[in-house]
Design a protein around this ligand. Sequence first.
Ligand code: NAP
Ligand code: SF4
Length: 689
Amino acid sequence: MHAYQNLLSPYDFGFITLRNRMVMGAMHTRIETLDRPVARQVEFFRERARGEVGLILTGGVAPNLAGRMEEDAPVLEDRRPLEAHRAITAAVHEEGGRIVLQILHAGRYARHPLCVGPTEERAPINACAPRAMTLADIAQTVQAIANSARLAREAGYDGVEIMGSEGYLLNQFTSPRTNTRTDAYGGSFDRRIRFPLETIQAVRAAAGPGFLLVYRISAIDLVEDGMTGEETARFAQRLEQAGVHMLNTGIGWHESAIPTIAACVPRAGWKFAVHPIKRAVSIPVIASNRINTPELGERLLAEGVADFVSMARPLLADPEFARKARQGRPDRINSCIACNQACLDHIFTHRTASCLVNPRAGRELDFPVRKAPSPMRIAVAGGGAAGMAFAVFAAERGHEIVLFEARHTLGGLLDLARRIPGKSEFNETLRYFHVRLAELGVRIELGRRATAAELQQGGFGAVVVATGVAARRPAIDGIDHGKVAYYDEVLSGRRKVGQRVAIIGAGGIAFDTAEYLLAEDDESLDPRQFRKHWGIDASLHSPGGVIAAQPRTAARVIHMLQRGHDKPGARLGKSTGWILKTRLRAANVKMISGAAYRRIDDIGLEYSCQGTTQVLPVDDIIVCAGQVPCDELSPALAASGIPVATIGGARIAAELDAVRAIDEALQLADAFSNGTALPFQPGHTARNP
Ligand code: NAP
Ligand code: SF4
C-alpha cells in the first residue's frame, strides 16, 4: 500500500477524471506581462502538468475591465486572447494534466478608476474608492462571468473556478461587512448569496454540461462582520444545489489583520474551517493554505477534512511535487517555506513572481535544465545558500563539483534562520540541499577552509567563491564590552541573553533576533497558541471567525534602535513585515529611530536622540548592524588566471537575502553550462530576477 494512497487516488466526476488529489492553486505571477508571454506561460504550466499535479488552477482572469485587479491584469471578455489560452491548455493536456481557468472579479479591491463594489465604501487596503453597483451592473457582471466561462471552454479549459473568497467581489456581496445594500442583493442571507448563485446558473447555461465548475468559497473571512461558520456551511449547500461540482476554500480576506499563509501560520492550520464545509456537502472539497508536504495532504484526506489539497506556492517551489510524492520520494521535494519573499513580495512590489528556493519559477524559458556540452570540474568555496545552490544547479547540468565549507555543517545563514520561531521551514530547504547534493555526487569537504593556493593547485577548471558574510562591527565606543554580542552568537545559542536587551539595528535580522528573544515557544508549531495570539475563533460561531486576540506576554524587555529616521522595519518584506511589526508591538518592544550611539559601558547603552541623551540599562547589547562581505579568495585566484566568480553575500553583503544568493547561483550555473560569459566577475552584470 502506498504511503499516499488517498492523495494519489484519481477522482472521477463522470465527465472528467483527475489523476490525483493534488491541485495547484491559483497564483497571480504576472509572467504574462513579460517578453514572450505566451511561450513563458506555456512552459510554466507545462512543467507543472508534467510534474503530475492532478489539476491546475490558473491565476485569476477578470471577466471585464472593471473586474481587473490592476490595469494590466488579464481579461477574458472576447476571442482575442483565445489563441494564447489554447496554447496553454494544449500544453497541459499533452502532459496528461487538467486545467481550470479562474475567473476573478476584484470588486472593491481593484486598483484602478473602474473599481466597483456592493457600496461606495472603500476597502481599507485600497486607495481607489468603488462605485456602488447598480442592479444593471450586477446583471451585466453575471453575464460577463458566464461569457468568460464560455470562452474558457472554447479555449480548451476543463472548467472554471469562480473566485468567491479572499474578499473579492462575490465575497463582498456575501458578507454583511461590505454588503449593506437594501435592495434584492443585500440584507438577509438569501439576498446576499443571490449574486453568486445567479452567477453559477448563468455559467452553467453558458458553458454547458461536462465542464468542471469550481467555486472558491471563503471558509473563514477573518474580518469583523464576516459570515459565521453556520452561514458558510449553508452557503456551501446552496452552491452544491446550484450545480457546483467542487468547492475550493479560501482563507481570510486580503484586508484581514491575521496572517493566513505566512510561515508563522501552522501547517494545515485552517483545517478547522474547511472540515465543516466538507461535512455540509457531498461534492468534493479542496483544503488550502499552508499545506506543503505530501504527508500533510495525505493526513487531511485520511482524516476526512477534504477530498483534495490545494498547493499553490509549493508548485512554484517544485513543479515535480506530485511526481516525487508518487515515487515515494518526499525527501526530494524542494519545499515551499512560506517565506513569500520571491512570490508575493515581488507581486506587491510590481515585479514578476518567482521563488526563493526555485528561481527558475516563471523563468523556465530563460533557464532550461540541460547538460553542459563541456562539463567542468568546479570548486565551490562556502556551503551557505549560494554555495549549496550553485553546487546543485551546476551538478544537475553535468559539472563535477567539490564544495568546501569551513564549518562542520552546511547552511550558513540558513542554519541560523531555521532557529527563529516561525522560520523552521528552512529545515526543509536544508534537507532538500543535503539530499540533492548527495544524489548528484557533489563531494563535500566540511571543516575545510580552502586556501587560494589549494584551489589553484586542485585541478579545477573554475572556482566559485560563496564565502558569505560576517556581522558588521559598528564603530561605537565600548563595542568590545562584554555586554556586546553579535546576532549569530545569539541565534546559534552560543550566547545566553539576559532579561533587558538593546538591539543595535532595526533591519530584517534585528526583527528576527527580537522575535527569537521574545518567543518562549514557536506558535507556528502550535495551532491553538497561534489562534489565541491572533484572535481566531475555531468554533466559527463569531462573525468572520474573529474574537479578541490574546497576545503573548513578553519574555524580555527589548529596545531596538536605528540611526535612520524612517520607521523601523520599513524595508521588511511587504507580505510579512506587518506581521513581525504587529508581534513586536504587542510584546512592547520599544523601537527608536534617529539614535546616535555614544557609548557602551557597565550600565548599558548610551545614545542621543532628538537632542537628549538617554541611557538604556541593559544586560546585553546585540549587534544586528548589517554585514560585510567575506571574500579572501577571489583577488588571489583572479590574479592566477583561473576563472573565478563570486556570488551571494561574498559579492555584495548589503541587502543580502537568500532570494538573491540562490538566484545568482542559478545564473552562474546556467552561464557555466551554456558557454556564455560568466557573470559575477568584474565587469559583468546580472540578469534581473
Ligand atoms: P539590514 O536590513 O540592511 O539592516 C541593517 C541594520 O543595521 C539597519 O537597521 C541599519 O540601520 C543598521 N546599521 C547599518 N550600519 C550600521 C552601523 N555602521 N552602525 C550601526 N548600525 C548600522 O540588514 P540585516 O538586518 O542584516 O538583514 C540582511 C538582509 O536580510 C536584508 O536584505 C533583509 O531584508 C533580509 N532579511 C529580511 C527579513 C524579513 O524581511 N523578515 C528577515 C531577515 C533578513 P541604521 O543604518 O539606520 O542605523
Ligand atoms: Fe514558497 Fe517562498 Fe518560494 Fe514563495 S518564494 S513559493 S513562499 S518558498
